[in-house]
Design a protein around this ligand. Structure first.
Ligand code: NPW
Ligand code: K
Length: 483
């Protein structure tokens, strides 16, 4: 599991470690890791470190200090290193001395753009976890020049200008090809929009020890998901494996029912029960489905419900499902039709799965506001509804009803932004709920497998949602390391 911690938690851990180490040791660890990563990048873009041109963008804090010490290490290996100082009187004095002794030079901010144009590598040490707000005016032309230039951009700890704790980007920020971060991931490195500014992320261990129970974010990896995915034992029958009920589709949108069932059939439940007006379309495609038109209450036993995809205006079915004493996943039209009081009053677990537009409607804000503040939005919704919330997007977030770390999933691909893909996800996650996973585990494991299936199905080309459903077994096998 990959975890990310808030700046406050990092600061506390940093203080504890610093108290036990000689002065400056932590910064030397950071700079060594940073220099090693920069040398690798230079190997790729300039063929070697010796003779390459490196520009350091140096702000007024320790982030700039890291850049200066790393620059000194590169200068000792023969790179031509120039530090552009944004506030010369406040640049890290130890780092500056080390760079000068190693043969590096210093330039004023005004010379920065020209230097960046000719550079092989730009190291962004403008600001790290001490940053507030977007980039300041004096740094903006340098960030723009770095974006235009052919130089590789390596960000120190964080791309300058992004919010470390929230992933929000207010105004300009540096766009990096690689971010070298220290001690732990910061939430902003895993959540859009900041994640996109970070490029690939490399974590350098500097010996920080962080409390297990204080993570802000958790990102499942293959091994974590493999442990969560249900595997039938020899004793299993369909009820022990779980029956998932799908109340979806309408005369107008029968396809949503078919797609939700297609996801549910691949999600590990022993059987899928479909309730609604699209039974013929569902049976035609998936004859193994148990179809009923008697409504959720009289459909027979299920261990979890999915309600809402393509439901049109059928509020009565949504209300009936919400009254059930089993886990319920509410998606799409269901989110609009569900009575907020009925959701809050439920005693069995509930998982809501909005995309940014649906989340915006539920919160009464604009879609842009949700997309710009995804972490705050998903937490706010979970709090308001007393439910788990899975906020879809290029990085999907899953917040539990009672706080705790938010799960983030980055296996998705922009090819997944296709009609019906969410219906497949809702069926898949509902099936995991029926198999007995908690709402947060089902949501995050389902998003992981769904994202991977999207990648496998797309392979760089457009796909339909049914292709994604067809790719789920392959993604599942990949996660479990079988086949
Ligand atoms: N944690 C760890 O364990 C370790 C941390 N290490 C490193 O230390 C870094 C943190 O250093 P830090 O605390 O000195 O803060 P930092 O990010 O350099 O910025 C503060 C300065 O920036 C300024 N400033 C503020 N906002 C700004 C903006 N938007 N745009 C531009 N400037 C802005 C602000 O100026 P002021 O407001 O005072 O005018 C202030 O002077 C951390 O990210 C990591 O790289 C490693 O060395 C070792 C282990
Ligand atoms: K930085």
């Amino acid at each position: 599991m990959r975890t990310a911690y808030s700046v406050e938690t990092v600061r506390t851990a940093e203080r504890e470690l610093m108290a036990r180490l000689p002065e400056g040791a932590l910064m030397q660890r950071a700079a060594a890791g940073l220099a090693a990563a920069c040398a690798e990048v230079l190997g790729r873009v300039a063929g070697r470190v010796y003779g390459s041109r490196v520009v350091l963008l140096v702000g007024s804090g320790d982030n700039g200090g890291d850049a200066l010490y790393a620059g000194a290490r590169l200068a000792r290996r023969g790179a031509g290193v120039t530090a552009v100082l944004l506030t010369p009187e406040r640049a890290h004095s130890g780092g500056l001395g080390a760079l000068r002794r190693a043969g590096g030079s210093v330039a004023a901010a005004g010379a920065g753009e020209g230097l960046i144009e000719r550079a092989d590598l730009v190291v962004d040490g403008i600001v790290g976890i001490g940053g507030k707000g977007g980039l300041r005016a004096e740094a903006v032309p340098l960030a723009a020049a770095a974006r235009r230039s052919r130089a590789a951009v390596v960000a120190v700890d964080l791309p300058s200008g992004v919010d470390a704790d929230t992933g929000e980007v207010r105004g300009e920020a540096v766009r990096a090809d690689l971010t070298v971060t220290f001690g732990t991931h910061k939430p902003g490195l895993l959540i859009d929009p900041a994640r996109e500014y970070a490029g690939s992320v490399r974590l350098v261990d500097i010996g920080l020890s962080l409390p297990d129970d204080a993570a802000e974010l958790e990102a499942l990896q293959h091994a974590d998901v493999a442990r969560l995915l249900p595997v039938p034992g020899v004793e299993s029958d369909k009820y022990r494996r779980g029956v998932v009920g799908v109340a979806a589709g309408s005369a107008r949108y029968p396809g949503a029912a078919v797609l939700a069932v297609s996801g549910a059939l691949r999600g590990g439940a022993g059987a899928v029960r479909y309730v609604g007006p699209a039974g013929d379309a569902v049976i035609a495609r998936f004859p193994e489905t148990l179809v009923s038109d008697l409504g959720p209450k009289r459909a027979g036993r299920v261990q979890a419900w999915v309600v809402g995809p393509g439901a049109g205006d059928d509020a009565a079915t949504v209300a009936e499902v919400l009254a059930a004493q089993v886990p319920v996943l509410i998606d799409a039209d269901g989110l609009r039709l569900a009575d907020a009081g009925a959701v809050r009053a439920r005693t069995a677990p509930t998982l809501m799965t909005p995309h940014a537009g649906e989340a915006a409607a539920l919160l009464g804000v604009s879609r842009e506001e949700v997309e710009g503040a995804r972490l705050a939005s998903v937490r706010e919704l979970a709090g308001r509804y007393g439910a788990a919330v899975l906020l879809k997007g290029s990085t999907t977030l899953v917040a539990g009803p009672g706080g705790g770390p938010v799960r983030v999933n980055a296996t998705g691909t922009s090819w997944l932004a296709t009609a019906g893909s969410g219906d497949v996800l809702s069926g898949l996650v509902g099936s995991l709920l029926a198999a007995g996973l908690s709402v947060v585990d089902a949501g995050s494991a389902g998003a992981y497998v769904h994202g991977l299936a999207g990648r496998f199905a797309a392979e760089g080309a457009p796909v339909g949602a049914h292709d994604v459903a067809d790719a789920v077994p392959g993604a599942w096998r990949d996660v479990r390391g079988v086949g």
